[in-house]
Design a protein around this ligand. Structure first.
Ligand code: EPU
Length: 356
């Protein structure tokens, strides 16, 4: 049986609300970039490891499930969240030669900007990705030929069920395409990430738009010019979540085996596909675009007219409208191409199944 929730902290005899500022029944509408209305049963923000430990201990003592929150730029809040939502606001960046150690609550893009302006390269292709540093390894963020796992050294994370704070090396994180151990388990909250950068990086310019931007603007290939090119490409292609609510790519690019890829290519010769170890990765944006679904909407939710992989909230969109839109996209893609799309952001509450 969980302990009854106390009005006062037994250690300092102040109220929980004044000590840790743990609030009850808090709206998360302004804390997720899809702007979905959902309420946290309990909510607090932590600015230090000590505060995080205290909040996690509170949850443990009262058998509350913990949900870690960064800037809410890669989550879908399907319903109200039982338990304690802890927003990570732990700040701090330190450099040790070519290694950067960053607290989980730092903003990712600001970190990328500051590494590039410090003359340390390796993150420039990951410019303008919304969210926090602590959330970045969870889904192994990636863009324009680079994933965070390519620059990853280690991270520290708190095990919420036991309060053990420990380090993880790259192998232990089990990184994959938009996936890691931390996306599959809700038991860890990432507090610090260490990345290996370089003063003389081997720049990644495989994405055609980067080279053409650099050439058109008469720039050399440098970390700064790639940062500028990527920022420009993203701003052109993807709606800014601060202006138009969205969570970036809503679906993963599906991977199919060679036979399935060939049969799709026979029927649809223009299909966009890339070689991967397991077969071919297809462009989900291309599949959705082919179906004429750009700008298609249900209620306040719609497929962006800028990029077919992005779903936007045009106003006060409700969960049911989003689920119906996702259902239409899924069904049409399945009927036409025989492919089941997988959603890319994390869906909360855990175990929730979207249904219309
Ligand atoms: N395309 C269309 N219609 C569109 C948009 C794109 O047909 O409306 C086709 C184009 O042929 C284009 C291809 O899809 O060449 C790929 O598009 P894009 O280069 O934008 O990349 P993506 O595969 O759609 C992935 C990531 C993005 C990342 C870009 C660039 C996933 C799920 N998404 O998108 O990441 O920025 O590559 O590297 O892997 C995110 O994860 O939120 C995200 C935005």
């Amino acid at each position: 049986m969980p302990l009854p929730l106390p009005d006062f902290c037994s250690q300092c005899e102040s109220t929980w609300a004044c000590r840790l500022k743990i609030h009850q029944n808090v709206s998360l509408a302004d804390k997720n970039t899809l702007r979905l209305e959902a309420r946290a049963e309990w909510y607090c923000e932590v600015s230090s490891l000590d505060e995080l430990l205290e909040a996690a201990a509170f949850a443990l003592a009262h058998k509350l499930n913990v949900i870690s929150l960064g800037e809410g730029s890669n989550i879908v809040l399907a319903d109200n969240l039982p338990g304690l939502v802890i927003k990570n606001r732990i700040q701090g960046v330190t450099y040790n030669a070519e290694v950067v150690h960053t607290a989980g609550g730092e903003n990712w893009h600001q970190l990328v900007r500051s590494t590039v302006s410090s003359g340390l390269f390796g993150l420039e292709n990951l410019a303008l990705i919304p969210g926090t540093v602590g959330a970045a390894p969870v889904q192994n963020i990636g863009a324009y030929g680079v994933e965070i796992c390519d620059r990853f050294l280690s991270l520290r994370a708190l095990h919420l069920p036991t309060l053990e704070h420990r380090s993880f090396g790259k192998k232990e994180c089990d990184f994959a395409y938009r996936d890691s151990l931390f996306k599959r388990s809700d038991e860890w909250m990432i507090t610090e990430v260490s990345l290996a950068l370089s003063k003389t990086s081997e720049y990644v310019t495989t994405y055609p738009g980067i080279v053409s931007y650099i050439e058109e603007h008469g720039l050399g290939t440098t970390g700064e010019s790639i940062f500028e090119a990527v920022s420009h490409i993203r701003a052109q292609k993807l709606p800014n979540p601060l202006v138009i609510p969205n969570v970036g790519s809503f679906f993963k690019n599906p991977v199919v085996n060679a036979d399935q890829a060939e049969s799709i290519a026979t029927e649809f010769p223009d299909v966009v596909q890339y070689d991967v170890i397991a077969g071919k990765k297809l462009s989900a944006a291309w599949l959705i675009d082919q179906l004429g679904l750009k700008d298609y909407g249900v209620g306040q939710f719609a497929v962006s007219d800028k990029h077919a992989l992005v779903i936007i909230n045009k106003g006060n969109g409700k969960q049911q409208e989003l689920f119906e839109l996702v259902d239409v996209i899924n069904r049409k893609v399945k009927d036409t191409f025989g492919i089941e799309l997988e959603i890319e952001p994390r869906l909360y509450p855990k175990g929730f199944v979207m249904s219309c």
